[in-house]
Design a protein around this ligand. Structure first.
Ligand SMILES: [Ca+2]
Ligand SMILES: [Ca+2]
Ligand SMILES: [Ca+2]
Ligand SMILES: [Ca+2]
Length: 326
């Protein structure tokens, strides 16, 4: 379940609620006893995992909230040192990093409806980039400094792009279906996204140029394919799909060939995000009964959780480089 896609008219949300509604209900509203998270006591941080201590994973969690709102946190790429960056009673969703790892872009409804904001990686200097009564979500920061995002300001969910200061807004898609979840190729020459244009319940992965031209379909399965994430090496696209009966993570070549399955369990596994060296993939799963951030090797091996809270932990986004604290 992509909690970051929580908006009334989103196809993505509807599909996933249908898939996982019961489990999510328990995860979000369950009455398990509150227990403090065992911060920084992960016993399985191996020597290899320590390499990722200098990277960051941003994520969304409700662990400090009892009112249903959510905050943005960052932790080291091996799960140690979790810090909350936001502090308000709104919903936060969908994070992406600036190319230098010093800033994040995210979506929050703190001003009454979802808008795109940037802030420093320490939570300071929050700046609103959009100002529109529609839902503005799913921001993705390119290596050449553009921010793609998704909005229903023109009635249907479309993909837009703007400069990192909010100027130069351009619409890239234009059709009655939902076009969502943009992710840039590392050279900023392509944008991959998911679209419902082939059928209301059939999300497929598409790719296009950054000006919206040459929109090309990459997946052709009647089940939904969504949340694409371009690998840092530029050769693979990870995504989640329901093609094997429940949400699993897959990757494929950038032309749609070479599909490989990475997760295989009855729970919902989704929202893949590559490590900056392309060797690992962070994702979210409710396989242990509540939503946590997990990590695995890029071949699907060594899956383990990085969060241990009883609250909802979702929407991992790995920093593109060695992220600075400042
Ligand atoms: Ca808005
Ligand atoms: Ca559309
Ligand atoms: Ca699964
Ligand atoms: Ca959790």
């Amino acid at each position: 379940m992509q909690l970051k896609k929580k908006r009334n008219t989103s196809i993505t949300a509807i599909v996933l609620v249908a898939l996982a509604g019961t489990i999510i209900g328990v995860g979000v509203y369950g009455c398990k006893k509150e227990e403090p998270e065992k911060e920084d006591t992960l016993k399985s941080v191996s020597l290899g995992d320590r390499l990722y201590e200098q990277t960051k994973i941003a994520f969304v969690s409700k662990k400090d909230r009892k009112d249903g709102s959510s905050d943005i946190y960052i932790m080291n790429g091996n799960g140690t040192v979790k810090r909350r960056l936001t502090d308000n009673t709104a919903l936060c969703m969908a994070i992406s990093w600036s190319p230098d790892g010093r800033k994040t872009v995210y979506s929050t409804n703190v001003d009454g409806n979802f808008e795109i904001y940037t802030m420093n990686a320490d939570g300071t200097s929050r700046t609103r980039l959009t100002n529109n009564p529609a839902s503005d979500t799913d921001p993705a920061w390119s290596s050449d400094g553009k921010i793609a995002f998704c909005s229903n300001r023109d009635r249907h969910f479309e993909i837009y792009v703007m400069n990192a200061d909010g100027s130069g807004l351009t619409r890239l898609t234009d059709n009655p279906a939902s076009d969502e979840n943009p992710s840039w190729s590392p050279d900023a020459k392509k944008i991959v996204f998911n679209s419902s244009r082939d059928g209301y319940n059939e999300l497929n992965i598409y790719v296009m140029n950054p000006d919206g031209s040459e929109q090309k379909r990459l997946t052709h399965h009647p089940a939904w394919d969504m949340s694409p994430c371009w690998s840092p090496g530029g050769r693979k696209i990870a995504f989640s799909s329901g093609r094997d009966g429940n949400s699993e993570i897959y990757f494929m070549n950038v032309d749609g060939s070479g599909l490989e399955n990475l997760t295989n369990n009855p729970a919902v596994d989704g929202d893949p995000s590559w490590s900056p060296d392309g060797k690992k993939i962070a994702f979210m799963s409710n396989r242990d009964g509540n939503w946590e951030i997990y990590v695995m090797n890029a071949d699907g091996s060594k899956q383990r959780n990085l969060t241990t809270s009883l609250a909802v932990d979702t929407a991992p986004s790995w920093s593109p480089s060695l992220a600075s604290e400042n």
